[in-house]
Design a protein around this ligand. Structure first.
Ligand code: NCD
Length: 308
């Protein structure tokens, strides 16, 4: 079975370091990579809405000289007729050299990887994880801070259903001197399994609070997130919680001068557009970095599968 990336921990810290070096090389000299994946095909299978992740995968493959095949949306694929994820993965393996899959069910990408003959990249499985967003986040932190060690990272918003948060916590838990500040309403705290498997297992210091302002001065990174409406069972609960945190310029008065403000996007209401021109706003840099990290990851997985 070729190597797939379903969870960020499928990549060692050393492999992440190499992916960052590879992405930085692509940024420096994109022409050198323009034919790296000539005649190779990426299949994008997105069974949930997406703008950035899907387009960045597709742009990444085109910039490597490869091709992209996809279904326009889940409703027009055989999944709508009741085909299993396993059968879809076996089928798409006959047409594509690598698959990027997003699915509303936790574990769907894992099932696909166990049945596909080509590498599968998890582009988000329900409220579980989103490893390639984490790669985008890590390159952004690396380029802004020059290190992962010794940072105090504030994660704010929907820490329960936010899959980007779960993957980022797992990834950052491997570095030295990290400290997490988990800021959320009581109802949207980080799930116990995420805390147990990384924060507690690695004895990372962390605090939990509902009050963003009280911790603002401590933070090196502030990772804002959207309340994940599609994962709520109850619309009223969503409406009650959706505007729990809205970052405005006034709230940044006590923040560090070199704070890095991040958001996986899409933003709904969590960050005022007035912050977009603040040099500390890094969320559109994340978008661009995502494309470079996906280029680096596609190259790595195709090489390891013996396709390149
Ligand atoms: C995130 C996701 O899909 O989990 N979006 C993304 O891929 N950049 C975050 C979100 O939807 O809130």
């Amino acid at each position: 079975m070729p190597k797939s990336v379903i969870d960020i921990l499928d990549l060692t810290a050393e492999e992440i370091r190499e992916l960052i070096a590879s992405a930085e090389d692509i940024i420096k000299d994109p022409d050198r990579y323009a034919h790296a994946c000539d005649r190779k095909k990426l299949a994008t299978l997105f069974f949930e809405p997406s703008t950035r992740t899907r387009l960045s995968f597709e742009a990444a493959m085109y910039e490597l000289g490869g091709h992209v095949i996809s279904v326009p949306d889940a409703g027009s694929s055989s999944a709508a007729k009741g085909e299993s994820v396993a059968d879809t993965a076996k089928t798409v393996s006959c047409y594509a050299d690598i698959i990027a899959m997003r699915h509303p069910k936790e574990g769907a990408a894992l099932v696909a990887s166990l049945n596909a003959a080509v590498p599968v990249i998890n582009a988000g499985d329900g409220g579980h994880c989103h490893p390639t967003q984490t790669l985008a986040d890590l390159l952004t932190i690396w380029r802004e801070k020059g290190t992962f060690d010794g940072l105090t990272i504030g994660l704010c918003g929907d820490l329960k259903f936010g899959r980007t948060v779960h993957s980022l916590i797992n990834a950052l838990s491997r570095y030295e001197g990290i400290r997490f500040v988990l800021i959320s309403p009581e109802e949207l705290k980080v799930p116990g399994y995420v805390k147990r498997e990384s924060i507690k297992k690695r004895m990372i210091p962390y605090t939990q609070t509902t009050d963003l302002m009280s911790v603002m001065p401590e933070l090196d990174i502030l990772y804002m997130t959207r309340v994940q409406r599609e994962r709520f069972f109850n619309e009223e609960e969503y409406l009650r919680l959706k505007d729990s945190y809205i970052l405005t310029p006034e709230k940044l008065v006590s923040a560090k001068k070199d704070l890095c403000i991040m958001h996986p996007l899409p933003r709904v209401n969590e960050i005022s557009v007035k912050i977009d021109s603040d040099p500390r706003a890094c969320y559109f840099k994340q978008v661009l970095n995502g494309k470079y990290m996906r280029m680096a990851l596609i190259l790595k997985l195709l090489k390891e599968a013996g396709t390149l």
